[in-house]
Design a protein around this ligand. Structure first.
Ligand SMILES: Nc1nc2c(ncn2[C@@H]2O[C@H](COP(=O)(O)OP(=O)(O)OP(=O)(O)O)[C@@H](O)[C@H]2O)c(=O)[nH]1
Ligand SMILES: [Mg+2]
Length: 259
């Protein structure tokens, strides 16, 4: 009982000393201390929030038949699932890339979405783009010329979407089917896409004065369009979904979804 009483007195003393010290402290110092505590808490909280919202979604898009579903399966299980049919629904999966399965340690899984290229299913793309860490625009390098115009229009639409421009989502133009010798090179495809987008830009900016469809315009006025002028980082790479040559695609994914 005595010991308890002693403790009580000691505690009272301490609290009195604390209060005195508090009163003696100059006001400015007190405010500064409070401000430091607040700023630090805010800083730590925002770091945590930022870390948590980092996306691991990669969106595969492009015209129908370009090979998105084939690439999806190559990423997931290292097989092309020989001959897929036109997709009717988005294909989604969260997995560790097949080529990384043998790696030791904890690897962050990637959420891959394959959005069908059929024009009626394209609005589905808007559901996935805002959460994307990267967009892969798949182009058929074999049947490129007949599809060049349609592919450019689709790419133009993506590159002018506000959800894509504001967040500066990186875009990879992936020239697929390079296992065939008649496939066009990625440099050729890039140049043709740029030329075609240049035509769209000219015709659309004439329309959009009256009817604003796209929220953002592409390129620099008075200069020929080049992907290097985009707000987003746009790069070009090769792949073959059929034979599993997808290393450049995997590099792109791991640049934006860190393992
Ligand atoms: N030679 C060759 N053919 C490929 C390659 N990748 C896909 N294909 C073929 O191209 C066709 C279309 O492939 P898909 O993966 O179904 O195309 P998709 O982009 O998913 O098409 P949608 O679902 O309609 O949007 C299939 O017959 C594939 O076998 C490739 O790298 N090389
Ligand atoms: Mg498909």
């Amino acid at each position: 009982m005595d010991e308890l009483e002693q403790w009580r007195i000691q505690l009272q003393q301490w609290s009195r000393q604390g209060a005195e010290w508090f009163h003696q402290m100059p006001e400015t110092q007190l405010y500064a201390a409070i401000a430091v505590v607040f700023v630090t808490t805010f800083f730590l909280l925002s770091i945590r929030l930022f870390k948590r919202t980092k996306s691991n979604t990669i969106v595969l898009t492009g015209l129908s038949g370009s090979g998105k579903t084939t690439l999806f399966y190559q990423l997931q299980d290292g097989s092309s699932h020989l001959g897929t049919v036109t997709s009717m629904d988005p294909n989604e999966g969260t997995f560790v890339l097949h080529s990384e399965i043998a790696k030791k340690g904890k690897i962050k899984p990637v959420h891959v979405v394959d959005v069908p290229g059929h024009s009626r299913l394209r609005p589905k793309l808007d559901e996935f783009l805002p959460q994307a860490a990267g967009i892969v625009f798949v182009v058929d390098a074999l049947e490129f010329l007949p599809n060049c115009r349609a592919a450019s229009e689709y790419l133009y639409d993506i590159l002018t979407k506000s959800s894509v421009v504001k967040k500066k989502i990186p875009v990879l133009i992936l020239c697929n089917k390079t296992d065939k010798v008649t496939a066009h090179t990625k440099e050729f495809i890039r140049k043709q896409l740029e030329k075609e987008i240049e035509k769209f830009r000219a015709s659309r900016s004439a329309i959009s004065a009256a009817d604003v469809v796209n929220e953002f315009t592409l390129g620099v006025p008075g200069e020929a369009f080049a992907f290097s002028q985009c707000h987003n980082k746009v790069t070009v790479a090769d792949a073959s979904g059929l034979t599993g040559e997808i290393s450049q695609l995997e590099e792109f994914i791991r640049e934006y979804v860190k393992p």
